[in-house]
Ligand binder design. Structure first.
Ligand code: GLU
Length: 277
C-alpha cells in the first residue's frame, strides 16, 4: 500500500504556514494561557524566520481566551437574559480574546525583535475575487516586509453561514492563497492514526500519506468521539486535501513538544506527512 512507504525528507521550503489550536495554547486544568508554551512557539517561529523562510501563524484561541478573561464558562452557551443569545456571547468573547491573544503574541515576538501583523478572515475573503486578491496582496506585502502574519477567523462578526468553522480548513486555504509550500498543523495528537489511539491500543501512527484515498477518508469518518469532532481528524484530512492540491506538503504533529518544529527538516519528527500532489 503506497501510504506505508518510507517517509521522504522535506525539501527546502520558502514559505511555511503553522496552525495551532486553542487547546494547545491553554492549560487544560484552568483554561488559562500557557505562557511557557507560547514563548516556545514564538521562539521556534522566529528561528524558522531567521533561516530565511516566510512564516505565517494561524492561531485559534480568541473565543477561549475571551471566555477566560470575562469569566464566561464554556458550557453557558444557552440563550440567556433576554436579548443576549449564545452566538452574540461567543462573538463578544472573541472580540476580547482576540485582542488579548494578539497583545500576548506581540509582546513575546518583540522580545525576539520580530514584528507581527494581524489578519482576520471570513469566508467572504476567499469567495469574493476582489477581497481574495486584496488579502493575497496584503500577505505578500507583509512577507516582503519580513513581518509574520498572525491569522484567525473574524469570529466577532462572521455569521454562521460565512464561518470557516475550524482553523484547520482556514490554515489550508491560507496556504493555498499565499502559495506556501508547507503547512504544519500543531495538534493535540501525534498525527494520523489507523484508529483512535485513545480507545484502541492497536492503533498505529501513519508516518506518510502520499494519496488521500477513499479508504483513508472513510477511516476518518468511522472514528467517533472528540477524536473526530470540530478540529478532529476529519477536518485535518480535508485540510490536507486542500493544501496538497495547492502544491504544499502538510504535516500533522503534536504541539506538546514544540521543539518538533526544529526537526521537520531532518525527518526525525513524530507525525504524519502528506506530500503535495
Ligand atoms: N477561530 C476560533 C477561535 O479563535 C477557533 C476555531 C478553531 O479552533 O478551529 O476561537
Amino acid at each position: 500500500m503506497q501510504n506505508e512507504k518510507k517517509r521522504p525528507e522535506l525539501q527546502k521550503k520558502k514559505r511555511i504556514v503553522i496552525k495551532i489550536g486553542s487547546s494547545s495554547l491553554m492549560h487544560p486544568q484552568t483554561d488559562n494561557l500557557n505562557f511557557a508554551k507560547i514563548e516556545k512557539l514564538v521562539r521556534e517561529l522566529c528561528d524558522l524566520r531567521n533561516t530565511g523562510m516566510d512564516v505565517c501563524l494561524v492561531s485559534s484561541g480568541a473565543i477561549a481566551v475571551g471566555r477566560q478573561v470575562i469569566g464566561v464558562p464554556a458550557n453557558t452557551d444557552s440563550r440567556s437574559g433576554g436579548h443576549t443569545n449564545s452566538n452574540a456571547r461567543k462573538q463578544a468573547c472573541a472580540a476580547v480574546g482576540q485582542a488579548r491573544l494578539m497583545m500576548t503574541y506581540q509582546k513575546i515576538f518583540s522580545e525576539y525583535h520580530q514584528t507581527v501583523g494581524q489578519i482576520l478572515m471570513s469566508k467572504n475573503t476567499m469567495i469574493l475575487p476582489e477581497s481574495k486578491e486584496n488579502a493575497r496582496n496584503t500577505f505578500c506585502e507583509l512577507f516582503r516586509m519580513g513581518v509574520i502574519p498572525i491569522v484567525n477567523e473574524n469570529d466577532t462578526v462572521s455569521t454562521f453561514e460565512m464561518q470557516f468553522g475550524d482553523n484547520d480548513t482556514l490554515s489550508a486555504l491560507v496556504t493555498s492563497l499565499v502559495g506556501a509550500d508547507l503547512l504544519v498543523l500543531l495538534s493535540d495528537i501525534d498525527g494520523l492514526y489507523t484508529d483512535d489511539p485513545r480507545s484502541n491500543a492497536q492503533a498505529r501512527l501513519i508516518p506518510y500519506v502520499r494519496t488521500i484515498d477513499e479508504e483513508l477518508l472513510q477511516m476518518g469518518k468511522e472514528s467517533t468521539g472528540s477524536f473526530m469532532g470540530t478540529g478532529g481528524m476529519n477536518t485535518k484530512l480535508s485540510a490536507a486535501q486542500i493544501a496538497t492540491k495547492a502544491g504544499a506538503d502538510m504535516i500533522i504533529t503534536n504541539s506538546d513538544d514544540l521543539n518538533v518544529l526544529h526537526h521537520l527538516f531532518d525527518n526525525t519528527y513524530k507525525g504524519t506527512l502528506f506530500t503535495a500532489l
